[in-house]
Design a protein around this ligand. Structure first.
Ligand code: SF4
Length: 242
């Protein structure tokens, strides 16, 4: 045990997912508190719509995988010479985080994750992720919030001997109009994002390094959770003094 409160994870069995690494990038302090001290930031009520959408979109894509074609909306120039990864059984395993893709670093720490889908172009692979959003997406936010995720997928694919095409895709579904019989129409947007597997490896290494530190780092400068905690502490101190 190299860090206080570390529960033996510093000895080389550290396992981090892309979303844990997002938390690290978002706020190293919150990441450290969650992974080292098991103090999780409150999640609030978790909306079930995105996971329901994910499920039906996967089923939809799988039906075209079985036919060896792309869904009609993706039969455009951008996806020329691109097919869906054909091995449904392997993809099913990779869609579960327990049996998903992994990258093992030299020190034994592991990045693991579950893939939504995979495309193939020539001898290279393209990680593909579905997203549900309340309003149309844009490239700036896609890079800001999801660059790390797609970098990590590309790294894990490479670690499994699958050459990266150098980019991945995010396919966004956002609600449009309500049509006949109350059916909600969804807009579709595909964003192609370049990947950098070295960046993903570096993020993993920095996060693991941080977990081995004995003390929590500073908070992110502007954080509603911390602000709330400070206000609550001030309130309780005043109450105690009265
Ligand atoms: S800054 Fe926000 S995210 Fe970071 S530790 Fe404080 S509450 Fe958590």
């Amino acid at each position: 045990m190299s860090a206080r409160g570390f529960s033996g994870k510093a000895s080389g069995a550290i396992r981090l997912s892309p979303s844990a690494l997002n938390l690290y990038r978002d706020c190293p302090r919150c990441f450290w508190l969650e992974k080292v001290r098991f103090l999780k930031r409150p999640r609030g009520i978790f909306p079930s719509l995105p996971s329901g959408m994910d499920r039906v979109i996967k089923t939809y894509f799988d039906s075209f995988r079985a036919q060896g074609t792309l869904p009609p909306e993706l039969r455009v120039k951008e996806f020329e010479n691109t097919t869906l990864f054909a091995d449904q059984a392997r993809l099913d395993l990779w869609r579960e985080w327990r049996t998903g893709l992994e990258f093992k670093d030299e020190d034994g720490s592991v990045m693991f994750g579950a893939l939504d889908d995979l495309m193939v172009t020539g001898d290279a692979y393209i990680p593909f992720d579905y997203k549900t959003k309340g309003s149309p997406a844009n490239m700036e936010d896609t890079i800001r919030y999801y660059q790390n995720q797609i970098d990590c997928y590309a790294l894990m694919l490479e670690a499994n001997g699958m050459k990266s095409a150098g980019y991945g895709y995010f396919l966004y579904y956002s609600p449009g109009k309500v049509g006949e019989k109350g059916w909600v129409n969804f807009h579709l947007q595909a964003f192609r994002v370049d990947v950098d597997t070295r960046r993903a490896r570096q993020t993993l290494r920095s996060a693991v390094e941080l977990m081995r530190q004995p003390e929590a780092p500073d908070s992110a400068p502007a954080c509603e959770y911390c602000e709330y905690l400070h206000k609550m502490n001030r309130y309780h101190s005043r109450q105690a003094a009265e």
